[in-house]
Design a protein. Structure first.
Length: 305
């Protein structure tokens, strides 16, 4: 397994003052949806190829005094539903990850978490999963646990489908309900054009993943869709479909719905093509926000004593 890019890392087993983790978004280069399983709480069987995209949320974890409990602060210009006053802090993915690590380590969750959001919320880009994975990585370093990614993945799997992948980023195959991660040779994906410059077309509106799956159960997958959820997402959010068509016509190598949508991801071969896609999206107002990024990407860990 490729090691995580680490800005500064200590091998000593002690508590560090502050750890920050930049964790990238994810997209699904393929997403094949199978039947539901009662033992997975009714979730669908999946076979997917994950790719991490360099749009990063930052989770900063700071040790608090024993018995002080946890705290959570959210920062960023695009917080979506997370900014709602009715949002339950204890249901935040990062907080759930902190509790899971505390239980696994036999420690109290005396940690202050700050999340700087850059990944669009409710967009099919795994922002919540990235926050959870970043928290696992940060707390692992903060508490000097030095657990490997393989040790962290079972904890991540209790939190959701995408979290085990987000711990390492890059490319990987996900099976089960998405939580079983298998390393794959990246060269074939690179040769197919799933690397380099990426444009993300984001929206102010969000899509509910359960609603997309319920729609999928009715409409099924499109005949040529590598992402089986794409037809369902487009039926709920038609602008995404128009954005895909415009990106392809402008020369994008690949353009598709990211996960359960509504975000659109376009891989472009060069800057000239990127500019054509951007112009097409802006002229027809097919997206609300355009983010330029690189793929594949990996988490970055930084430590402050």
């Amino acid at each position: 397994m490729r090691p995580l890019p680490v800005q500064e890392q200590s091998s000593q087993s002690h508590t560090t003052a502050t750890v920050s983790v930049d964790c990238p978004a994810k997209t699904n280069l393929t997403l094949h949806v199978g039947p539901t399983h009662d033992e997975w709480g009714g979730r669908h069987e999946l076979d997917t190829i994950y790719c991490a995209v360099g749009v990063y949320d930052t989770v900063t974890a700071t040790a608090k005094m024993p018995g002080a409990g946890f705290s959570l602060e959210l920062e960023g210009a695009h917080l979506g539903d997370l900014a709602s006053s009715s949002s339950d802090m204890r249901r935040n993915h990062a907080v759930l990850a902190l509790f899971a690590m505390a239980q696994a380590a036999g420690r109290d969750p005396d940690v202050a978490l700050t999340i700087t959001k850059r990944i669009p919320v409710g967009a099919g880009l795994g922002g919540g999963s990235a926050d959870a994975a970043a928290t696992l990585l940060a707390v692992n370093q903060l508490w000097g646990l030095n657990w490997t990614i393989e040790q962290l993945r079972p904890i991540a799997a209790t939190l959701g489908a995408d979290m085990p992948f987000c711990l390492s980023g890059g490319y990987a195959q996900g099976t089960g309900f998405g939580e079983r991660i298998t390393a794959i040779d990246p060269q074939q994906l690179i040769d197919q054009g799933f690397a380099g410059d990426v444009l993300v077309g984001a929206y102010q509106s969000q899509l509910s993943t359960p609603e997309v799956y319920r729609t999928f159960d009715v409409v099924g997958a499109g005949a040529d869709d590598r992402n089986h959820l794409q037809a369902a997402a487009i039926s709920l959010h038609p602008r995404s479909g128009h954005a895909i068509d415009a990106a392809r016509e402008a020369g994008a190598r690949h353009a598709f719905i990211s996960g359960s949508g509504p975000s659109v991801v376009a891989f472009v071969p060069d800057d000239a093509t990127a500019q054509r896609v951007i112009e097409a999206w802006r002229t027809a107002e097919l997206v609300d926000r355009i983010i330029r990024a690189k793929a594949p990407a990996h988490p970055i860990i930084g430590v402050t004593q």
